[in-house]
Design a protein around this ligand. Structure first.
Ligand SMILES: [Fe+2]
Ligand SMILES: [Fe+2]
Length: 159
């Protein structure tokens, strides 16, 4: 799903994943079939977004915070909690109230737009610098095939 981006930096790989996740949610909204593959694709997209948040919170934000980006990291953690809660709601609605899912996906896209518009210019330009090349390369590989640990929940999630 993911290649390392033109320059192979973690920042470019994370930005590319933002685009892929947006596109996958837009594809879900653009399609009107209610077949299982459309729902599975949406579930896979949410798995990718949760893993993206995991990588940022566990590996990228701690060194950024140590480098002085305390306030922006605080805001990003709060917004991750909001994204996480919306994904939980989407999963419940897929099971119990599917008519609500498209509207909720539009809300998720709006939350992502607001989040990514800050994360990309404020934090990502410093990502590879604070991590150092070996750690960045390891995380690019994680984006290609890593898995989030079972039961991991982001810091700002309400549930
Ligand atoms: Fe991100
Ligand atoms: Fe983020």
């Amino acid at each position: 799903m993911q290649d390392a981006g033109e320059k192979g930096t973690l920042a470019s790989a994370l930005e590319q994943e933002h685009r892929e996740i947006d596109r996958a949610i837009e594809d879900y909204l653009a399609s009107s079939d209610d077949d299982e593959s459309r729902i599975e694709a949406l579930e896979q997209t949410m798995t990718a977004l949760r893993r993206h948040i995991y990588l940022e919170e566990e590996f990228l934000f701690p060194p950024l915070r140590d480098a002085g980006f305390v306030a922006p990291v605080f805001v990003m953690l709060r917004e991750h909690g909001e994204l996480w809660d919306t994904m939980g709601t989407i999963e419940r609605e897929l099971a119990d109230d599917p008519a609500e899912v498209p509207g909720r996906c539009k809300w998720l896209l709006a939350q992502l737009a607001k989040h990514n518009a800050k994360e990309e210019p404020i934090l990502y330009p410093h990502a590879d610098g604070v991590l150092g090349a070996p750690a960045s390369a390891e995380l690019v590989t994680f984006l290609e095939r890593g898995r989030i640990p079972d039961g991991w929940v982001c810091a700002g999630a309400s549930a």
